[in-house]
Design a protein around this ligand. Sequence first.
Ligand SMILES: C[S@@+](CC[C@H](N)C(=O)[O-])C[C@H]1O[C@@H](n2cnc3c(N)ncnc32)[C@H](O)[C@@H]1O
Length: 229
Amino acid sequence: MNWRDYWNQDTPIYVSERHKVLHYQAIARDIAELIPSLEAQVLDYGCGEALCADRVAARCRRLYLCDAAPLVRERLRERFGEHPKVEVLAPDEAHALPDASLDLVIANSLLQYLSQDELRSLLRLARAKLKADGRLVLADVIPPGVSPMTDAKALLGFAWRGGFLSRAFLGLMRTAFSDYRKIRNALGLATYTEGEMIALLAAEGFAGERRSRNIGHNQARMTFIARPA
Ligand SMILES: C[S@@+](CC[C@H](N)C(=O)[O-])C[C@H]1O[C@@H](n2cnc3c(N)ncnc32)[C@H](O)[C@@H]1O
């Protein structure tokens, strides 16, 4: 199994429904803050189930939700199929969007599952589709040396604040024996230093910088904001 196949199924990543909802609420709030205007066209690439995408859509003119997993897209269409501002896309369909049409492209918690070739292809896609004053946001990027223990501590902090601590302990034990751990051990997760990420962005025509705060709950990870150079 590869990462793409892994995400095309129900996963034990969320320890409870409450965890999943609080996660997507926080991500939607953080994405909404990055939207430059109510007229903006936004692409959330590798969006997952995006449970609170309606909150993001309320802050822009058009929201494209793109995910490689057919199961995820099916669930997105069930939830947002009738939403007037939301369109669900497969990656090929994102490539078919008009050039220079987007104000914001965001990829949150995706890069760790991409090969460097896939990442370069995503950067080229964003470079082509963004307007000259558009922004690319790459968030939840894992720096080298961050251990699963650090991720676990961040989750427990989130769970404590969100009132699902006991489920988080159980969930962490379940994850330790899950396919996720097996695939993580076999394939690894892609990690980048701040300098590597800025250099990769520059090589694909972006001027990027690290944002002080990461999107989501795990501040051991990094968010980059880049503009077409
Ligand atoms: C960890 S989830 C992140 C979901 C969401 N962005 C969030 O922050 O919760 C990663 C998502 O990326 C999708 N994905 C993985 N590889 C992809 C690719 N090459 N292109 C588009 N989506 C991809 C998976 O199907 C999965 O839904």
